[in-house]
Ligand binder design. Structure first.
Ligand SMILES: Cc1cc2nc3c(=O)[nH]c(=O)nc-3n(C[C@H](O)[C@H](O)[C@H](O)COP(=O)(O)OP(=O)(O)OC[C@H]3O[C@@H](n4cnc5c(N)ncnc54)[C@H](O)[C@@H]3O)c2cc1C
Ligand code: SF4
Length: 506
C-alpha cells in the first residue's frame, strides 16, 4: 500500500486553496475539517513519518523533537526546556497520551477573554464546544488506563493518595492498544497510541488533503509559503514554494509566532507571541520501602487532582538518572541510593501558571522564548514541592524526599520540607520542565473566532497558540477541540460546504 503522505525531493512547487503548516494535534484536525468541507488543502510538515521509529532516546531527540530537543527559554528565570514533537503527528507522536476535558470554568474564562472579537466569547455556545469535544475523544479513542497497565510508580502514587484520602484517578489516555511499555516519549513502538498520524491524518487524506513531509516553512507572505526540503536531521536537501488563497499556521505555540515574527509580518511589540503559558512541571522524588517502583506500565498512568482548585495536579513522572545524581548525596550514601534505584518514586507537580512569556522569532535557527516565573507561581511551586513531599512521606513512608532543584535538596522529614519557604527558592534554583506551551496567538487578542489574524486575515493561527489562556491540564484534547471549532468556521468563510461536527460517524 502506498503511503498517504509524500516526501518531496529537489524542488517542489504547488498550489492549493489552503495550505496548513504543521501536522500535530491541531494541524491534523484543521486539514481534516477543511478537506471535508471540500476545500483543496495542502499540509506541510517539517518532520517525517513515525514509521521510521527512533530506537534510542538520543535518536528520538535528533529526529522527532523540535530543535533536536534543545528548545529552551532564554535569558529567563528559570531557564527551562520547552519540548515539542516534530513529525507527521507533531507532539502527539511523543506525548504521554494523557487526556483531559476542558474544565467548564476554564471555558467560561476563555469566553470572557475572547469577548472582544465575538459577543459572549468565541466559545459562547458551550454545549456545541463540549459536543465537539465528545467527538474528538471518540475519534482519539480515549479511555481510562486499566489497573493492569499501571506502572509500579503509578501504583505507589495511587496507594499513597488513597491513604491520604486525596482525590485521584487512573489517567484517561488515547491508547487503545497500549501494552504498558512506558516508552511513549520515543514514539509508541507497538502502535498502541492513537496519535493523530494513525486515524486523523489518513482521514484528512481520504477527504482529499495532500500531505507533504520534510517541508520546513521558512518564508511567509500572504498567499505564499516557502522553505527548505529537509532530511530527518533537519539538513537542507531542496526547496519548495506553495501558493494558496489562505494560509493556516498550526506549527504549535512556539513555532507559529516564530514564523510570523521571522517573516516580519507582525508588529514586534504586538499580540503575536505574547501571553505564552507553559505549565511548568517540577519533580519530587522519594526513596520508598522495598517496592518495585520501576515495574513497567503506562508512561504516566496516574493523576492526583486533590489540589486542582489551587491550580496544580500531580502526575506520575519517569525518573531520569540525572535527577538522582543531582541530589546532594555523595560517597557510600549515593552508591546505596543508586543500588536501590528501583525504590525511587517520582511525581511531577504541574501548575496552571499565571506568569506569561513571549516568543519573538528566532536567532540562528533557535526560537527566542522568554518566560519568567512570577511571585504567585513561585509560591505555588513551593506548595507543589511540599504537597508532593507529603504524598511520599505520609502516604508511602518515604525515608527521604528529593526535590529536583539545581544542586538538589533532600528532605529527611516533612517538617524539614515544610520549613522551606518561597524565599528559600529562587526561580534560578528551579529545574523546571515544560511541554505544554499555549496561548501565544490567542483568539480574542491576536486572532478572531476563525483563527484569522486580526491584522492579516489571509493568515490564520490555529493550534495550541490559539487558546485564550492555559488549560491547567495536559492540553491535547482542548487543542484538538479548539482546532476543530475554529476550522469549521474558517471553512465556511472560505466557501467550503457546511459540515456537521464530524462529517462521517466515528
Ligand atoms: C513530550 C511531550 C509530552 C506531552 N504529553 C502530553 C499528554 O500526555 N497529554 C496532553 O494532553 N498533552 C501532552 N503534550 C502536549 C500536547 O501534545 C500538545 O499540547 C499538542 O500536541 C499541541 O498541538 P499543536 O498542534 O499546537 O502542536 P504540535 O502537536 O506540536 O504540532 C506542531 C507541528 O508543526 C510542525 N512545525 C513546526 N514548525 C514548522 C515549520 N516551520 N514548518 C513545517 N512544520 C513545522 C512540527 O514539526 C510539529 O509536527 C505533550 C507534549 C510533549 C512534547
Ligand atoms: S506505554 Fe508503550 S505501548 Fe502504551 S502507548 Fe505508550 S509507548 Fe505505546
Amino acid at each position: 500500500m502506498s503511503p498517504w503522505w509524500t516526501e518531496p525531493t529537489g524542488t517542489l512547487q504547488e498550489r492549493a486553496q489552503v495550505v496548513v503548516v504543521g501536522s500535530g494535534a491541531a494541524g491534523s484536525f484543521v486539514a481534516l475539517t477543511l478537506a471535508e468541507a471540500g476545500l483543496d488543502v495542502i499540509l506541510l510538515e517539517e518532520g517525517f513519518s513515525p514509521t521510521r521509529r527512533p530506537a534510542t532516546m538520543r535518536e528520538a531527540m535528533q529526529r522527532v523533537y523540535a530543535e533536536g530537543s534543545f528548545r529552551t527559554t532564554m535569558a529567563s528565570a528559570p531557564m527551562m526546556p520547552v519540548v515539542g514533537g516534530r513529525g507527521l503527528g507533531g507532539s502527539t507522536l511523543v506525548n504521554s497520551a494523557l487526556c483531559f476535558r476542558t474544565p467548564p470554568a476554564t471555558l467560561d474564562e476563555w469566553n470572557e477573554l475572547s469577548a472582544a472579537v465575538s459577543p459572549g466569547g468565541v466559545f459562547a455556545d458551550t454545549g456545541a464546544y463540549f459536543a465537539v469535544q465528545d467527538q474528538v475523544e471518540t475519534l482519539m479513542r480515549v479511555g481510562p488506563t486499566p489497573d493492569a497497565l499501571l506502572s509500579g510508580n503509578d501504583k505507589v502514587q495511587k496507594q499513597a493518595a488513597r491513604k491520604l484520602g486525596w482525590s485521584e484517578f487512573n489517567a484517561r489516555r488515547n491508547t487503545p492498544g497500549c501494552s504498558g511499555c512506558g516508552r511513549c516519549h520515543l514514539v509508541c513502538p507497538h502502535g498502541g497510541k492513537n496519535s493523530v498520524d494513525r486515524e486523523v491524518l489518513p482521514r484528512a487524506v481520504a477527504a482529499g488533503a495532500r500531505v507533504f513531509a520534510g517541508c520546513r516553512v521558512e518564508g511567509l507572505k500572504e498567499g505564499l509559503v516557502s522553505g527548505s526540503l529537509v532530511d530527518e536531521l533537519g539538513r537542507t536537501t531542496g526547496s519548495f514554494t506553495v501558493r494558496a488563497e489562505h494560509i493556516v499556521l498550526s506549527a504549535g505555540a512556539i513555532s507559529t509566532p516564530r514564523i510570523l515574527h521571522d517573516a516580519g509580518l507582525v508588529d514586534p511589540d504586538g499580540e503575536v507571541g505574547r501571553g505564552l503559558c507553559v505549565q511548568p512541571v517540577h519533580s519530587i522524588l522519594a526513596m520508598l520501602p522495598d517496592t518495585q517502583v520501576f515495574a513497567p506500565g503506562a508512561t504516566q498512568g496516574h493523576v492526583v487532582d486533590e489540589f486542582v482548585d489551587d491550580k496544580m495536579i500531580f502526575e506520575t513522572n519517569p525518573t531520569l538518572p540525572a535527577m538522582v545524581v543531582n541530589l546532594p548525596l555523595v560517597g557510600r550514601e549515593l552508591t546505596e541510593v543508586l543500588a536501590n534505584g528501583h525504590r525511587i518514586a517520582n511525581t511531577g507537580g504541574l501548575i496552571r501558571d499565571e506568569s506569561r512569556g513571549r516568543v519573538r522569532g528566532s536567532f540562528n535557527g533557535v526560537a527566542r522564548i522568554s518566560y519568567d516565573l512570577g511571585e504567585a507561581d513561585m509560591k505555588r511551586v513551593c506548595r507543589v514541592l511540599q504537597r508532593g513531599a507529603r504524598l511520599w512521606f505520609e502516604g508511602a513512608d518515604a525515608s527521604w524526599v528529593g526535590l529536583v532543584l539545581h544542586g538538589g535538596r533532600l528532605g529527611r522529614s516533612m517538617a524539614e520540607v515544610e520549613a522551606m519557604t518561597p524565599q528559600d527558592l529562587s526561580p534560578h534554583k528551579l529545574i523546571s520542565y515544560a511541554s505544554h506551551p499555549q496561548a501565544s496567538c490567542s483568539v480574542g487578542r491576536a486572532t478572531d473566532g476563525a483563527g484569522q489574524l486580526l491584522d492579516l486575515p489571509g493568515i490564520s493561527c490555529i493550534d495550541a497558540s490559539s487558546l485564550p489562556n492555559n488549560v491547567g491540564r495536559n492540553p491535547q484534547i482542548s487543542v484538538m477541540t479548539v482546532a476543530r471549532i475554529l476550522s469549521l468556521r474558517l471553512a465556511e468563510r472560505l466557501g467550503g460546504r457546511p459540515l456537521p461536527l464530524l462529517a462521517e460517524p466515528v
